[in-house]
Design a binder for this molecule. Structure first.
Ligand SMILES: Cc1cc2nc3c(=O)[nH]c(=O)nc-3n(C[C@H](O)[C@H](O)[C@H](O)COP(=O)(O)OP(=O)(O)OC[C@H]3O[C@@H](n4cnc5c(N)ncnc54)[C@H](O)[C@@H]3O)c2cc1C
Length: 248
């Protein structure tokens, strides 16, 4: 994923990026593939800033996680539409293929998984918080890493699952990645788990025990991150091994 030995967290200059492709993930989430002029490379978990400029010069900047490794100079984001949101609605609904935005990054040097790390990894995602965590899974696959991963993904309904294809039919190379989908509003027909927020039973059943000393990454909306991080510390995970990222 990293092209050269750029210091982690270095925020490079703004550059133009052309939208090459848009893919619908769910009713409210879209994957956008951009071709920046000269992307410096990034680590799994990092994000970029996207800047939009209106005809009258008004600008808006938001952060979006990089959803996977750079491929042929292309970077991928997945944006969930926030009702009434200024930038997410434009990116999801209006930005046409072929149009340009400005991007700057990569940003962030802490919430990252390095492919050389062989320790167990526990990923806890809430909603669109899956994006940087799926980037870690994709990076693991791209590198042929054998680091054991466990992913707990809390999401409202089966229709809201982002990257559903990869979740349900994991591609080759994902051996050693265990996934649990945890629904909060409506579960799959026949599921024994009632729809509810992530709890102790979920983390105990699907996560790594604290004795395994996994690296823990938690990402999602504020409320989810608070609850999930508290669950992990209550279960004995060392707070120094729990990294969190809040989407707002
Ligand atoms: C490091 C980082 C990485 C991020 N990565 C992603 C990503 O990969 N995919 C993604 O979809 N988003 C991501 N976000 C969130 C993103 O930056 C924006 O906050 C989000 O798209 C909303 O922007 P907006 O302009 O549409 O909404 P705004 O116009 O800024 O806000 C409109 C209203 O929605 C509320 N709101 C803002 N953000 C959220 C939110 N995330 N959830 C619920 N309500 C919100 C605001 O309080 C406000 O009331 C990330 C945020 C951070 C900090």
């Amino acid at each position: 994923m990293a092209r050269a030995a750029l210091p982690v967290g270095v925020v490079t200059m703004w550059q133009q990026a052309r939208l090459l492709e848009r893919r619908l993930e769910t009713e409210s989430a879209v994957t956008l593939v951009f071709e920046p002029e000269d992307w410096p490379g990034h680590l799994a978990g990092q994000h970029a800033d996207i800047r939009l400029t209106a005809d009258d010069g008004y600008q808006a900047v938001r952060s979006y996680s990089l959803a996977g490794p750079v491929e042929e100079g292309r970077v991928v984001f997945t944006v969930q539409r926030v009702r009434g949101g200024e930038v997410s609605t434009y990116l999801c609904d209006d930005l046409p293929v072929g149009a340009y935005v400005e991007v700057r990054g990569p940003v962030g040097g802490w919430f990252v998984w390095r492919g050389s790390d062989t320790r167990p990894v526990m990923l806890l995602a809430g909603g669109s918080g899956i994006v940087p965590l799926q980037a870690m899974v994709r990076q693991r696959r791209a590198l042929g890493s054998r680091a054991p991963f466990r992913l707990l993904y809390s999401v409202r309904t089966p229709e809201d699952v982002i990257y559903a294809e990869e979740m349900i039919r994991p591609p080759r190379g994902d051996d050693g990645v265990d996934r649990a989908l945890l629904f909060t509003r409506r579960a799959l027909v026949g599921s024994r788990r009632p729809p509810e927020r992530i709890g102790f039973a979920d983390v105990t059943a699907h996560g790594w025990p604290a004795e395994f000393e996994p690296a823990c990454f938690v990402c999602g909306p504020n409320g989810f991150v608070e609850v999930a991080a508290k669950l992990l510390t209550a279960l004995g995970h060392d707070p120094h091994r729990i990294k969190t990222e809040r989407f707002g």
